[in-house]
Design a protein around this ligand. Structure first.
Ligand code: SF4
Length: 62
């Protein structure tokens, strides 16, 4: 996830709390990191990606 694009709207962790959580300032706690997502959580992760107005989240398959 792109640390420069995340502005802390909080939609990602609101739509997919099982995948993302906020940091103390309301940004996605995984800002600037690659988050590994379990197969069972891919739908939730996609919801988060789709909900981000800044397009800060990108899905990459391994
Ligand atoms: S990743 Fe997107 S929706 Fe989530 S806190 Fe950052 S800007 Fe907001």
């Amino acid at each position: 996830m792109d640390a420069d694009l995340c502005t802390g709207h909080g939609r990602c962790y609101a739509h997919a709390p099982e995948v993302f959580e906020p940091d103390d300032e309301g940004y996605n706690a995984a800002r600037g990191e690659v988050a590994e997502v379990a197969a069972a959580q891919t739908e939730a992760a996609q919801r988060a990606v789709d909900s981000c107005p800044e397009r800060a989240l990108t899905v990459r398959e391994r």
